[in-house]
Design a protein around this ligand. Structure first.
Ligand code: NAD
Ligand code: GLY
Length: 369
């Protein structure tokens, strides 16, 4: 790639959190430019965590970037099921084996599964050691690597055990998206669409206009989508790091989506797919409650479908079972369901005390695929 194209496709943002502020670097070839990020790792010991799909493509570059460190590498099987208590335990054992001290760093090379799990390990080891995100999926670049939410799943629900632990930096090498399977790319685009849905209606129009380019992995279009998404996330996180209010809006579609993931069996429905179905349910529920028009819900559903995302509930998923699983959502208080709905494109809102009957009808209205 010519140097001027690299410059054109490179962006740098910042998450402003006082003395825990950090950069988000976005651009081609960043794994091969460690001078731009490796100096942030001060200590000698590094635990690098990745998965079996990512390692064959990118582990060598990451290893080379970390040469000179006392390095241990963990390669986990790929998939959502790896965000488990058992793997948290095994990462703790590896950190102990490395003799990791408080300045040791945990480096996540992979998608949101690797980032969430290893970030939580970093948060737990000695009550918190530095952590670096090297996201390799679109979903991780636009959402999970930014903002410091780390977690593992329980059979009862997604992300039920976790911590807020901000990374030292997010380094998104956009070249890594070349090897991402199409289904995973679309899953990431669901979270991109979410930013438009909750806060930026003009971004939804832009996404509609650039759909073909995004699905064809046009570098300029993807860079723009990643930058705009990260800008939204960084701004919201800077205003509400630990989800006292506004940050909850980032969970539009997630109360439904997390329940779908847990019931379907982790990894059966991808996170972004579940969020796409969940956003349609939330939009339909908002229409039922007369907060927004049914046309808004239909437009969102059409956009998601045009990006190849599912919008209907999986066939074997009964509405009652989904509602039951939603009762363990982290946003709920004192046993009352708290949902993120909207007043139309770009205007998400938190709503308490929605009647179960209305939720069930919105779930049922999302058909069955
Ligand atoms: P993932 O980590 O499972 O990655 C998706 C798949 O792509 C995996 O099979 C992985 O091996 C493969 N892969 C990754 N990079 C690749 C590459 N460059 N080339 C080829 N294959 C590659 O899933 P994900 O979609 O990245 O993340 C989903 C997870 O993120 C969920 O657990 C979700 O709960 C979590 N999440 C967290 C936050 C947060 O704020 N912490 C936000 C959104 C989602
Ligand atoms: N993905 C939701 C959040 O980071 O708050």
């Amino acid at each position: 790639m010519p140097p001027e194209t690299i410059v054109e496709l490179s962006r740098e943002l910042r998450v402003e959190l006082g003395d825990r502020s950090y950069p988000i670097l976005i651009g081609p070839g960043l794994l091969g430019q460690p001078d731009r990020w490796a100096p942030l790792l001060r200590g000698r010991q590094v635990l690098l965590v990745t998965d079996s799909n990512v390692a064959p493509h990118y582990l060598d570059s990451a290893r080379a970037a970390l040469c000179g460190k006392s390095l241990d590498v963990v390669i986990l099987p790929a998939g959502e099921a790896q965000k488990s208590m058992a793997n948290l335990d095994s990462l703790m054992q590896r950190l102990a084996g490395l003799g990791a001290s408080r300045d040791a760093c945990v480096v996540a090379l992979g998608g949101g599964v690797i980032g969430d799990l290893s970030g939580f390990a970093a948060a737990c080891w000695m009550r918190g050691v530095p952590f670096l995100q090297l996201p390799t999926t679109l979903l991780a670049m636009v959402d999970s690597s930014v903002g410091g939410k780390t977690a593992i799943n329980l059979p009862q629900g997604k992300n039920l055990v976790g911590a807020f632990h901000q990374p030292l930096a997010v380094v998104a090498d956009t070249d890594t998206l070349a090897t991402l399977p199409d289904r995973e790319l679309r899953s990431g685009l669901a979270e991109v669409i979410k930013y438009g849905a909750i806060t930026d209606a003009a971004f939804l129009d832009w996404l509609d206009q650039h759909r073909d380019a995004l699905l064809a992995r046009d570098a300029a279009a993807l860079t723009e989508a990643i930058e705009r998404s990260c800008r939204h996330k960084a701004d919201i996180v800077a205003r509400d790091e630990t989800e006292r209010g506004e940050r909850a809006l980032l969970n539009f579609g997630h109360s439904f989506g997390h329940a779908i993931e847990a019931i379907a069996g982790y990894g059966e429905v991808l996170h972004g797919e579940a969020v796409a179905i969940g956003m349609c349910m939330a939009a339909r529920l908002a229409a039922r409650l007369e907060m927004a028009s049914g046309d808004d819900a239909e437009r969102l559903s059409s956009l998601l479908q045009a990006f190849g995302l599912p919008t209907q509930r999986p066939a074997n998923l009964a509405p009652e079972k989904l509602l039951d699983a939603m009762r363990l959502d982290k946003k709920n208080l004192s046993g009352r369901l708290r949902l993120i709905l909207w007043r139309g494109a770009g205007r998400a809102e938190m709503v308490d005390g929605v009647e179960s009957a209305d939720i069930l009808r919105a779930i049922a209205a999302a058909g069955a695929a």
